[in-house]
Design a protein around this ligand. Structure first.
Ligand code: CP
Ligand code: NVA
Length: 300
């Protein structure tokens, strides 16, 4: 594994080994066992969108691994004034040992990898959010002790979060059920990938998707870059809110996850969110451990 651009590029074994390493790094951090695997390395974070969790967990993770992080807002780089990604990739490869990129087009992350010579990690694009799914998988495995055979259900927008959950869940032999409104289904590339798996279902009926689920996941109805569509989306997604009544259809004690930020009263009720904060904030913490594992795997 050279980069983490999307989970479709990773084998099940690679995903499992990242999760195992994340558990080990989590244990070591808890017991104050140093793990300075990135001593002397400099890692850049190119961010073209806002972030709380991704930015802070990567930057603190790099520090804990003994490395140096450089936060490179695209506003401050020459990218914003039109310098092509091909040149940025080649120049930054001379100075850095790895890059985390958060941007709009998946192609930009792919081009950074193609033209540069250092490992690239996707910290979210419009197409996918692989670090988030690896984290969700670690959190689910932490509760159930396994992934294989569990039913993961995602309700809401067929967006970056959904795309990665579908690929990651299916690769780990989970059953994956998605419910979106019409016209908000995941993109064809993801549906074509999922079509090869018996365990995949796509429906417009949230009740059907959530039936007997072990874990139920949602995300914002309007992702970064879609702010102007908020009013239309609020209408389209009105029947897709996670609430106690919908959760009645899931297995007893089912987990609820949300990558955050959370819009209470939209994709999830405040009550349901508050009832599952243990799991949701554990997942937020796990971003740190998982991303450290990804960096160690790619950059050590
Ligand atoms: N879940 C997530 O990626 O959060 P941030 O946008 O705050 O990084
Ligand atoms: N789907 C959301 C995820 C935020 C972490 C977005 O892209 O804005």
């Amino acid at each position: 594994m050279k980069h983490l651009l999307k989970l479709m590029d990773c084998s099940a074994e690679e995903i499992k080994s990242i999760l195992d390493l994340a558990d080990q790094l989590k244990y070591e951090r808890k017991h104050h066992i140093p793990h300075r695997h990135l001593e002397g390395k400099s890692i850049g974070l190119i961010f073209q969108k806002s972030s709380t969790r991704t930015r802070v967990s990567f930057e603190t993770g790099i520090y804990q691994l003994g490395g140096q992080s450089l936060f490179l807002s695209s506003r401050d780089l020459q990218i914003d004034r039109g310098e092509p990604i091909q040149d940025t990739a080649r120049v930054l490869s001379c100075y850095l040992d790895g890059i985390i990129i958060r941007t709009y087009a998946q192609k930009e992350a792919e081009d950074l990898a193609k033209y540069g010579s250092i490992p690239i990690i996707n910290g979210l694009t419009d197409f996918c959010h692989p670090c988030q799914t690896l984290t969700d998988l670690l959190t689910i495995r932490g509760k159930y002790g396994r992934l294989k055979g569990l039913k993961m259900c995602y309700i809401g927008d067929g967006n970056n979060t959904a795309n990665s959950l579908i690929v990651g869940g299916l690769k780990m032999e989970m059953e994956v059920a998605i419910a979106t409104p019409k016209s908000y289904e995941p993109v064809k590339e993801i549906l074509d990938f999922a079509a090869a798996y018996d365990g995949f279902t796509l429906t417009n009926d949230p009740k059907e998707a959530v039936k007997d689920a072990d874990v139920v996941i949602t995300d914002t109805w309007a992702s970064m870059g879609q702010e102007e569509e908020k009013a239309i989306r609020d209408k389209a997604f009105a029947g897709y809110r996670l609430d106690d009544a919908l959760m009645e259809n899931a297995k007893d004690g089912a987990m609820v996850l949300h990558c955050m930020p959370v819009y209470r009263g939209k994709e999830i009720t405040a009550e349901l969110f508050e009832a599952h904060t243990d799991e949701i904030f554990e997942a937020a913490e796990n971003r740190l451990h998982v991303q450290k594992a990804v960096m160690v795997t790619l950059m050590k």
